[in-house]
Design a protein around this ligand. Structure first.
Ligand SMILES: [Zn+2]
Length: 438
């Protein structure tokens, strides 16, 4: 039996102006990972304005299976700067791996990632970046020269303690990418920064820290001159070449081409689950949802897409996918109640029981039989009633402007717990989906 182990964390919102800890996903073919089983660590998002890297790892985590071997992925090392679409809100995080003051706001994040790098199982590290222009060994023009970082694969030195040949390994990555170029301009090069020969800047980098600790470390750069889907394409090629170098067999559930990558960046099934009693489909969602129930100071979430994030920003709540805006939630602050687990619904004439916090596809109509909770179908306007149970509701009974998606096919049903002489509490949401895509 092959198994993939996903460590999906539930993130508690650490509200504004603080760094946010990164996530670690372990794609291991066996569990637990055996003591001498070598693992690859892939890291992206150290700089918040380099979406090629963190979109590539997000797709990798979601759409690849590892059959024999161990791959650990940190997609969002600098999550706070990713949300701000900023290279580094607290300075360049990739210059914090030599000396760092304990008072640095990112001190703990750096200690945490260093501990993962130093884990005995980790033998190789692949660090993904988006770099400017296109690297060339000699000056050609302003965009193509020896000071540009785009489209090269990087090592800090040729060999690691005389036995591991970094140069041979990185050359195989470059060769694999170059066999799959979209355009001759994109041709990759090997770049050796010879960091120990006096490169004071590179000495402070993540890969050099790894190198000093006897880990084989590589960086892959995709050019910022390329559109996002092409950057992701080259990063995925680099990851696949590295897996082949390590004899780790894998499978992906899509064709590796830029059109398909585009659709995966805006994945149809992208969701977010909030406090375990709300699930919202994010694909094609409207830019703002109003009166959205939020439990003040106690918001948690997870998503099937690693770089989808929920955070508070100036009294509104926002959801981003990497550094792309998805939706603004104008909060309606209310206490949450977790007593409602399942709800009976009549969907197109058939009664079914569904867990609270799910998305239900239907064709024609739905009806909610009475239950001990108040029901509010958002956008239902036919009758002026407080509790919208026992009414057969069709799409035409619902107002477009209350749909959550741009196609006006998905609507919120909200459940409220009522207690005498107390304000109602929010008990969860179900989304009904009239569209053909489920
Ligand atoms: Zn970078």
């Amino acid at each position: 039996m092959k198994k993939i182990i996903f460590f999906i964390c539930v993130f508690l919102l650490n509200l504004d102006s603080k760094p946010i800890d990164f996530s670690l996903y372990k794609l291991d073919s066996t569990s637990p990972i055996s003591d001498n089983s070598p693992a690859l660590l892939i890291i992206s998002g150290i700089q918040g304005d380099e979406p090629g890297g963190f979109n590539a790892t997000s797709i990798f985590i979601k759409h690849y299976k590892i059959h024999n071997g161990n791959v650990w992925v940190v997609p969002n090392l600098n999550q706070y700067s990713i949300l701000k679409n900023n290279r580094g809100i607290y300075g360049d995080m990739n210059r914090k791996f030599a000396d760092l003051s304990e008072s640095d706001p990112e001190y703990q994040i750096i200690q945490n990632i260093k501990n993962i790098i130093l884990n005995d199982n980790i033998v190789r590290i692949l660090h993904l970046h988006d770099g400017s222009g296109f690297y060339r060994e000699k000056y050609i023009n302003n965009l193509l020269n020896e000071n540009r970082w785009g489209n090269c694969s990087i090592i800090d030195q040729n060999t690691l303690f005389t036995y591991d040949d970094l140069n041979t390994e990185v050359s195989k990555i470059v060769e694999h990418i170059n066999e799959n170029l979209l355009n001759e301009l994109h041709r990759y090069r090997v770049r050796n920064t010879n960091t120990s020969q006096g490169d004071k800047e590179q000495e402070k980098s993540l890969t050099y820290f790894a190198t000093l600790n006897k880990k084989m470390a590589f960086a892959n750069e995709a050019s910022k001159s390329l559109p996002l889907n092409q950057r992701v394409y080259y990063h995925l090629l680099a990851i696949e070449a590295m897996l082949k170098n390590m004899d780790i067999s894998f499978e992906r559930d899509f064709n590796l081409d830029i059109k398909t990558i585009n659709s995966l960046i805006n994945d149809k099934d992208m969701n977010i689950v909030i406090n375990n009693i709300i699930e919202i489909p994010l694909h094609n969602i409207k830019s703002t949802l109003n009166f959205f129930p939020i439990q003040k100071d106690d918001v948690s979430f997870y998503s099937n897409t690693p770089i989808v994030w929920l955070f508070e920003d100036n009294e509104v709540f926002r959801i981003k996918n990497g550094n792309k805006n998805i939706v603004y939630l104008n909060p309606f602050f209310i206490d949450f109640d977790y007593s409602l687990k399942n709800v009976s619904l009549v969907i197109d004439g058939n009664e079914i029981e569904v867990p609270i916090g799910t998305i239900i596809p239907l064709k024609e109509s739905f009806l909610i039989p009475p239950l001990g909770y108040r029901v509010n179908v958002i956008g239902f306007s036919k009758q002026n009633i407080k509790n919208e149970v026992d009414i057969e509701i069709k799409r035409s009974d619902l107002m477009d402007k209350f749909a959550i998606d741009k196609a006006n096919t998905k609507f919120r049903i909200e459940f409220y717990k009522q207690e005498k002489n107390k304000p109602d509490k929010f008990a969860g949401m179900i989304i009904i989906n009239f569209s053909n895509d489920k």
